[in-house]
Structure formats: C-alpha cells, structure tokens
Design a protein around this ligand. Sequence first.
Ligand code: PLP
Length: 431
Amino acid sequence: MGTFWGPDLEALRREDPEIAGVLLGELERQRSGLHLIASENFTSAAVLAALGSTLTNKYAEGYPGQRYYRGCAEVDRAEKLAIERAKALFGAEHVNVQPHSGASANMAAYAALVQPGDTVLAMDLPHGGHLTHGSKVNFSGKWFRTVGYHVRPDTELIDYDEVRELALAHRPALIICGATSYPRLLDFPVFRDIADEVGAYLMVDAAHIIGLVAGRAVPSPVPFADVVSCTTHKVLRGPRGGMLLCREPLGARIDKAVFPFTQGGPMMHAIAAKAVALREASRPEFQGYAHQVVRNSQALSAGLAAEGMRAVAGGTDTHLALADLRELGVCGRDAEDRCEQAGITLNKNAVPFDPEKPTTASGIRVGTAAVTTQGMGEAQMREIAGLIATAVRADPATAAGASALREIAVRAEELAQRFPAYALGSSYELA
Ligand code: PLP
C-alpha cells in the first residue's frame, strides 16, 4: 500500500515515552514479519486517522437525531454516513454500526431475537464455531441451551442433513450459521429453508467473510438471514468493531438491543472509521482485492498441501485455509511457535475430529487478508508456503533447527519489506 501513517507521535513521545515505544515497536513488528492470522488486516491511513481523532471525546448515547446529549450534529453525520454506506454496500434494509466488537454484536443479536433458556442451534466450537455460539465459558452457553452441528467426517463440509435433523429434534428459536475456521462457502439458502421449516430465526455470523461479501468474492447472506452480525476489522479492513444488518421489521429491536440493552455510549471515532472503511470497500478496487484474497488463500493452501500439510475440506473458497499437520508429526502448537520464531504469525487450530486438546491441536489456520493488502500475489503465497514448511519442520531444540528458523526470519522480513504495509517517515524511526 505504501501509505504514510501520520498521528502526532511527537506529542505522545513527549508525554508518554513508554507507550510511544509500544506503538513504534508494534509498527515495526507489523512491518517486519508475515502476518497470516486470518482475522487480521492492515487498515488504511484514512481509517487510522478517523480512529485517532477528537471524535473519541464525544458522548452520543442514542441514535442520530435522538441523542441523550447535546452537541451531536457532527457525530450524527458520521453515523448516518456509516449506516447509509453499509446499507448501499450490502443491500441491507437496516444497519446498526454501534457494536463495539463482533462479540458485542452477537450479544445484541441474541438479545433481540431470543429469551434466556431458549434453544440455539449453532456450529460446534471444535468444528469451527465461535465462543459466542454456545461455549460454556461465554454468555451464550450460560444463558441459552445450545445444540451444536458438525462437519461430515468424509468431506469436512457442514453436514446439512444433521443440521436439519437437529433442528427438527430440538426446535431451536435461533439458528446460527457462520464460523471462525470454516474455509468453504456456507449454503445460506439451505439454512434459510431449515430455519423456516422449524420457525426459527436465522442469524448469519459473517464476522470473517463480510469483507469478501463487500468485495463480491463470496455470496451474500443478507437476502437469507433475519440478522447478519459481523466485525469490521477482518477482510473488510476497517477499525476493530462490530455491525448488525437486518430486515426492517427487526430494526427497532436490534437498535434497542445494542443501546441501551448491551452497550452505553457509542465509540464515535470507531464509527467514523467504519464509515471510511465502508466507503473504501465500495470502490471497484476493493472487489479486485477481495478476489485476490481468495486466490491467494487457494495458492497458499495448495502450497502447504504440496509440502505434506493436508488442506482441510479439500481447500478453500475464502480468505482462510486450514492445514492438517499430522502427516508431518508436528502439532499445531509447536508449528505456531516455530513459525513465530521465523517471523510468521499464524495460529494453531483444531482440525475436524481432532484427537488433540485445543491447546495442542493438529492443525494451523492461515489467512491472506493482510498479505494481500500489502500487494502480494500467488507467487508470494507459494514462497510463504515453502517458508512455513521449513519452519514447521525445524526443531528449535537442535542447532540446525534454530539456525533454520533464524534464516527463515530473515527471508520473511525481506519479503515483508518488499511489500510494506506502512511506509516509515523519519519521525517514526526508533531511536
Ligand atoms: N464471530 C466470529 C465468527 C468470529 O470469528 C469472531 C472473532 O474472531 C467474533 C464473532 C468476535 O469478534 P470480536 O473479536 O470483535 O468480538
């Protein structure tokens, strides 16, 4: 991208050199490695400018035109722009841009659609669901009766027959479709049919894929879901935050569920940054970006498979891929450690029917949103697959392994610097 990030770093340095050091250290980390965490990306300088702005000073409980505080004319404009841009981009009837995060958006969606004690049918966590889809350590598993559906053992694709059987057997009030680590397309029309068959609401948690939807690289859930919840900071490339899209009859319930039910004052700086990201995502270039993200993840997945890291579900249609490392005899946790030492950040991930504990895991998850923002293409993905393969096989407990990891770190940094996410100006050099 080659953009220049220009906050008033000198003011921060004077006031708080320790935190200035953190910012510079993190900027350096982001510039010097390869970032393959599937939920991360690099926002534009324009998004960062809106985030680091005086809009953070403003209280604006309520909604545009109906605030509990005075002085909201400017922030009203920002929120209206964010809403209108999201409506136009996704063809949604109603949009709420206030959720502080994807988890907050999900909590508000539950609050709007179901009552504590109701049954919710969602993807089982070890098969790709999110904590907010019924984990016992989360509000969703504590306050609702959750039933999990799975992928099929033979194809590793969602078992739609099981989804229907479970829906008929348990009569859920809400069905959730969406995942954190499912590499294939989701069949929204089938989920809609099942929800209609049992009279359930259908919520699509599009946290991961909403940017691909914006870029027209995967089908949209909007025509099929009662509510679509999402994050704005993954492939969509906006600020950290959440968003809810729904049909008009549910609009008032969704708004009340966000404020005052689950949140207080909205983060107006983040909402302005969401508006900027939505404008960027509606440009034709963003469609090119989203399609390249998918081509890159397909190339990366194929490259890993060629190195003995089997592609879960036979490959990917999205920004992320899952690789099964069992053939190499290395667990996900060790692979994650070794890659980090080699300047490549990715995460361990359970593979379907994983015999290992989640903290060990048999696989890794990789995503291409960030490296694609940097301008990398399929050739670089093949190179990265080779670097990962060497890193995963290198045991840091041996001299040869440790030296291989150091060598890969140098190559990873060289590659990252050929495609800088944020160009440094003189005031950003670390002292
Ligand atoms: N839903 C899904 C499917 C996710 O993958 C995530 C985060 O990765 C979330 C919700 C929660 O988003 P946040 O971390 O912004 O709360």
